[in-house]
Each structure stands twice: as C-alpha cells, then as structure tokens.
Write a protein that binds this ligand. Structure first.
Ligand SMILES: [Zn+2]
Length: 355
C-alpha cells in the first residue's frame, strides 16, 4: 500500500537521473515511475525480463509504476500515424520505425514487471481542435478495452486513463466510461500540458465528483510543481508524477519554502548557509550554498546528485505535510500556510533573495 496523496519521482530510463536507490529511499520516495516507451526501445523489455524484471534490473524493490508509452509516442517520437489499431512512430534514439498497439504496450509492461501498469492511450494537447480531442478520447476508450483484455498478470495492477482535453462534456463522458471498467486505478491524462490552471480545475471539477465514493486511486499524470499539486489535492487527486523537481535541480534551481534559489546566481558563491536550514537531505546536512554554487560553475557531476536529492526531499516532504493535514482533519484551515510553503517554484517565478 502507498500512502496518498503521493508523488512519484520519474525514472525514465530505469533510473531517477543522478540518484541510486539508496538516495531514493533517503529522499523519501515510496514508488517510482519508469517509462515504457524508453525501456521498450532501450535496452528492450525482453532483455529486462531475461535479467529478472525491472525491480531487479534497477535495484529497487519498492513499488514501480510504468506509464503506457502513449504520451511519449505522441510527444517525443513524432508519431507518424495514429490509427485505430495503434501508433507508428520513429525512435528518438536512432530514427527506426516502431509500432505500439494496446496489446504490445501491455505485453511490454508485463515483461518489465512493475507493480502497476497503465492502459495504452492517445493523448492530445488540451488546446487541440475539439474534433481531434474527441477522436483521441474515443480511441483511448477502445484501447482501454483492448488493454484490459490483453492484461494477463493477476499480480500486476492495471490503471485506465481518462482523456477528453479541457472540454467538460468530453471529460464527463471519458470519466464515466473509464470508471465503469474494472481498472485498479484511474489516471487523469491530457492535463499538465498547455492548459491554464482554471481549465485544469474545471476539468477536475467534472472528473472528481463522478468518482465520488470510488475507492480507486486517482492519478493526475505529469503534474510536478508543489503549488499545482496542492490545488489538485484540494480537488481530490491522490497520485502525481513529474520530471520537474529533478530537471530544474540539474539546472541549479533549488526549491525552498516559499520559492526557489537559483544557485547559478553569483551571490551564492560566498553564502555559507545550507540551501534550506533544517532540511534533512544529503546536500543540506553537509554542504553550503557556496559549495553547491561552485559545483555548478565547475560543471561537477556531484551538483546534479545533491541538487536532485534536495528538490525531491522538498517535494516528498511537502506531500507528507499535505497527508498530515488531511489525517488530522485540518486540511481546509492549513491550505493557506501550505500554499505559502509551496510558493511558486515553476519556471518564471520570482527567486527568493539570497541575502
Ligand atoms: Zn536539502
């Protein structure tokens, strides 16, 4: 069982970039996400299966969720052709042509052996033309049925994906359709894209009431900033994943209560304080802002590990604060202070002053 609301660090290539499994335990991760698309292309799901499955391969014996590959096929691989049978795409690694179908996406995930697999879907950007959003949603529904039919491992949970863009009518149809099927969890796909926060909230306001009383976890795919996560928890979402905290960490952006520090700012070169006073992470326990600023300037690899440890510790600690408030029954009155703690760490938000 996973404590929710929960955040899943993303291990695209069967590794959360720059961290090993001991680091992941230390930052507080209890489940990680790995990408079906990437592992299918390299090193290949059959190879991972021969080597004992994904848990053994990556040295992580706690829960793993693999996504379906649908998002990467459309976003990363320049899908050449999506038809009712499946999606033909070019590998981002070598340009070779591949074809994924719902049956193959499930077969790949059964070979990889995560605890949670996800049905193959056809995501589109929320801002896509209405007819395109509807067609992709209908296709996602047919693929959900085929994914369920193809799934044979009783020891592996299978989640279905709701699509429908930001159109309330489509969202309602998709939620009712996916919720009526015997999936073990419900993914809310097609958000955390180019929609506005208001459009996202409007879509969630349609989805969540339909799932009221349904005990299955609700997973909003791809949302990563603490402030956005807090808003989605308030609207009833349980599970999140994003590359965001780790990606911005590798660029020198460190998340702290109320905002972020940009360690590439020269003002930090003489700052003896830890990035965040009292933070239990590997970085803040032992090193100063000045040292991390130096590592980034010198392009030392350790900068990536330490910064990633900090941002994931911050994010997972924040999830713990949300869970504590929910358990104590104080979430509504804690919302303002949680929002202040989360700050706005997304790109473009104001830096916290170094002084
Ligand atoms: Zn820290």
């Amino acid at each position: 069982m996973i404590d929710t609301p929960q955040f899943m660090p993303v291990g695209t290539n069967a590794t959360v970039k720059a961290l090993d499994p001991d680091d992941l335990v230390e930052v507080g991760a209890s489940i990680v996400l790995a990408n079906t698309y990437h592992l299918y292309l390299r090193p290949g799901h059959e190879r991972i299966e021969r080597l004992g499955g994904l848990h053994r391969f990556m040295g992580w014996d706690m829960p793993i969720l693999t996504d379906s590959g649908g998002y990467q096929v459309v976003s990363l691989a320049d899908a050449r052709e999506v038809d009712d049978d499946g999606a033909t795409f070019r590998s981002h690694i070598d340009g070779a042509t591949h074809r994924l179908t719902p049956e193959l996406a499930i077969g790949v995930q059964e070979a990889l052996g995560p605890d949670i697999a996800v049905a193959f879907d056809h995501p589109v950007f929320p801002s896509s033309p209405r007819a395109e959003v509807e067609a992709a949603m209908e296709r996602t529904h047919r693929w959900a049925e085929r994914s369920l039919a193809a799934h044979t491992r009783p020891d592996q949970a299978l989640f279905g994906i709701i699509q429908g863009g930001v159109d309330p009518e489509f969202r309602e149809r998709s939620t009712r359709f996916i919720a009526s099927m015997p999936f073990d969890g419900i993914c809310i796909g097609g958000l955390a894209g180019d929609e506005t926060p208001v459009e996202r909230a409007t879509a969630l306001d349609v989805v969540v009431p339909i799932l009221d009383g349904d005990p299955r976890p609700r997973y909003l795919m791809g949302l990563g900033s603490p402030a956005d996560i807090l808003d989605a928890v308030r609207l009833g979402v349980d599970l999140f994943d994003s590359v965001l905290p780790a990606r911005v960490a590798r660029n020198g952006q460190l998340w702290v209560p109320g905002g972020k520090l940009n360690l590439r700012n020269s003002a930090f070169q003489d700052d003896p304080r830890p990035v965040q006073e009292g933070c239990p992470c590997r970085l803040c326990r032992s090193f100063s802002r000045a040292y991390l600023a130096h590592l980034f300037r010198a392009k030392e690899l350790l900068a990536f590990r330490l910064a990633t440890c900090h941002n994931l510790t911050f994010t997972l600690d924040f999830m713990g604060r949300i869970r504590a408030a929910l358990r104590a029954g104080t979430f509504p009155e804690s919302l303002a202070s949680l929002r202040e703690y989360a700050g706005r760490q997304t790109a473009g938000a104001a830096d916290v002053e170094p002084a």
